[in-house]
Design a protein around this ligand. Structure first.
Ligand code: ADE
Length: 251
């Protein structure tokens, strides 16, 4: 069924608010292709808030050295709190939107969390820079700390785009083919099987015969087998969970 045809109540716009020291980094990749198109057609909306606008002095300072010493600078809690509270007071839909702080020390992002966020009203994302954000504002504003992987970026802006893109592509009406979101990696706890398309021969490599057989049952079996092989080889952690029959939608 097409999402565009007969929806009873109009879907509320999924709202992303991004707090950043680099608003010029947005929309970035979020302005391109299907995600950008979905924004233009009103499925989701993006607001950026410049954290520096909430500096409390005329030098527009936002950071200071870590208490106790050490390298780098720390984002000041008073500035961060003012920026966060400005979203709370200016937005009618702050209610129900989680406040997420992107940091390599956060809980790893999963497709399960992405699905949950996509099914809610949207999110508010705080992009870290420098060494990090003062712990007191993380606690006082009950920020959910999320990491997009075990590596360190220069700041949270790219991570915010990753998170928002992962959510927006799941919103109703964004992906053309309803199937393409359900058969891919992670949706059933396995990595995706290999894909082929024309021509039949490419640099002496043929498309596996089974895929040209027209036998849908055989094709499904072959794909499942490939998914299992790939998952076993590349992601023993996912394979273990799959074998144990763990809920693949675990946190
Ligand atoms: N900021 C810097 N590195 C990050 C990561 N891996 N995930 C989320 N935010 C980050």
């Amino acid at each position: 069924m097409s999402d565009k045809s007969t929806s009873a109540a109009p879907q509320a716009v999924w709202q992303a608010s991004v707090l950043t020291l680099f608003p010029e980094a947005f929309p970035g990749v979020l302005g391109a292709s299907i995600i950008g198109g979905a924004q233009k057609s009103g499925i989701w909306a993006l607001e950026t808030v410049d954290i520096r606008d909430f500096s409390v002095n005329r030098h527009r300072t936002v950071d200071s050295p870590p208490s106790g010493g050490g390298p780098g600078m720390v984002l000041k809690p008073d500035v961060a709190a003012k920026a966060i509270d400005s979203v709370a007071s200016s937005s009618e839909s702050f209610e129900g939107r989680p406040l997420i702080y992107l940091t390599p020390r956060g809980k790893p992002l999963t497709q399960k969390r992405v699905r949950e966020l996509a099914s809610g009203p949207g999110l508010i994302v705080f992009c870290g820079r420098f060494e990090g954000l003062d712990q007191r504002v993380i606690e006082s504003r009950q920020m959910e700390e999320i990491s997009i992987g075990d590596y360190v970026l220069a700041g949270g802006e790219v991570a915010a785009q990753v998170l928002i893109e992962a959510c927006v592509r799941l919103l109703p009406g964004v992906l053309g083919d309803a199937q393409s979101a359900s058969e891919e990696s992670f949706e059933d706890g396995l990595l995706e099987y290999p894909l082929y398309t024309k021509p039949r021969e490419f640099e002496d490599r043929a498309i596996p015969e089974v895929l040209l057989s027209g036998d849908h049952k055989k094709i499904a079996t072959w794909r499942r087998q490939k998914s299992e092989e790939i998952t076993k080889a590349r992601r023993p952690d996912l394979w273990q969970a799959y074998e144990n029959g763990d809920d693949h939608e675990r946190d």
